[in-house]
Design a protein around this ligand. Structure first.
Ligand code: FO1
Length: 315
């Protein structure tokens, strides 16, 4: 069993590649929920949805998030009623949110509702939110004329387009968050753990900050590998460059490798950063140079193949 720790867009592309070269039923994906947002009376888990939609083959590849062939009638109507329109929930997406809301109102936990959603979408991998408890990624920003203020992650990322200077990142509720059912056993039984190419500060770190998940990953004896989300000093997707410095992490493959060096065995860096391989090796982590830009389904598969080869050809 492979276990992958995942954020949203980058992870979902890598995972689509992975299920092309690895038995999907032999894969458990643990997904960040710190980005979750309550809006229009719905509980939206963008990272979970990105993974589900992409693995189900219904994700939008151009935007990266949400569903393909989307229409926006519900959101436009809400806006005409004076409701906020900054968060782009399309009609098809809202249908899935309504289904999830019905399940959760009936008493299912987020992880149970996710299992049901995956079943309906025909996904054979196991997808588990990191916790069923509420954890919120909060960003302390310096706002013009208002000084320091803490805002929600989606407010920072989507509404304010990451334009504010980030002073701190906090995961509210993390200390008491319990790993969702199935996670600890999956990591204990894993033949390898993969850290997907996701934002280290707000996608992978919240997962590893759930106390029991961190403990179990650290104690797991299987090989652990991380795939860089940074190529040539810039995030492939998103705005990680705005968030990493708030944690004193250099925006580079080397910077991300350093963050995980304590527990990973391998770090996959891009060919463009091959020059950093020696420094990564000096951290006690084996560097693996590969093409990491996932600009086509075949590139996603090739990257996943490179990861699987490292994990199983060398052990
Ligand atoms: N990202 C945006 O940049 N703008 C949006 O309007 C937006 C809407 C949205 C709706 C559903 C969903 O599942 C994801 C959505 N995202 C949007 C992406 C998402 O909020 C972030 O990219 C992730 O949280 C970062 O991992």
């Amino acid at each position: 069993m492979l276990v992958a720790l995942a954020g949203g867009v980058g992870a979902s592309k890598f995972l689509r590649g992975l299920v092309g070269v690895w038995d999907p039923e032999d894969l458990t994906v643990i997904v960040n929920t710190g980005d979750d947002i309550r809006i229009h009376g719905l509980y939206v888990s963008p990272d979970l949805d990105s993974v589900i939609y992409r693995l189900a083959g219904v994700g939008d590849d151009e935007r990266g998030w949400g569903r393909a062939d989307e229409t926006w009638n519900v959101l436009n109507t809400l806006v005409s009623l004076g409701e906020p329109g900054w968060y782009g929930l399309g009609d098809r997406d809202i249908a899935a949110q309504l289904f999830k809301k019905r399940l959760m109102t009936a008493g299912l936990s987020l992880s149970e509702a996710t299992t049901e959603l995956c079943k309906r979408f025909g996904i054979s991998s196991t997808i588990i939110p990191m916790t069923d408890d509420i954890v919120e990624t909060r960003i302390e920003v310096a706002l013009p004329m208002r000084g320091a203020e803490e805002i929600g992650f989606q407010e920072y990322w989507v509404e304010r387009k990451a334009r504010d200077r980030v002073k701190a990142i906090r995961f509210r509720g993390i200390d008491s968050a319990r790993a969702a059912p199935g996670i600890v056993d999956a990591i204990r039984d894993a033949s390898a753990v993969i850290l997907c190419p996701s934002n280290p500060a707000v996608s992978i770190s919240p997962i590893l900050a759930v106390p029991l998940i961190r403990e179990t990953v650290m104690a797991a004896r299987c090989p652990k590998i991380s795939v860089t989300p940074i190529i040539a000093g810039a995030p492939v997707l998103g705005m990680a460059d705005k968030l990493l410095p708030a944690w004193g992490i250099e925006v580079s493959a080397r910077g991300v490798a350093k963050l995980y060096a304590e527990f990973i065995d391998y770090f996959v860096l891009d060919e463009a950063d091959a020059i950093q391989a020696d420094e990564i090796a000096a951290l006690g982590v084996e560097p693996v140079v590969a093409r990491t830009l996932m600009n086509s389904p075949s590139a996603e598969r090739a990257l996943a193949r490179a990861v699987v080869d490292v994990l199983f050809a060398r052990h």
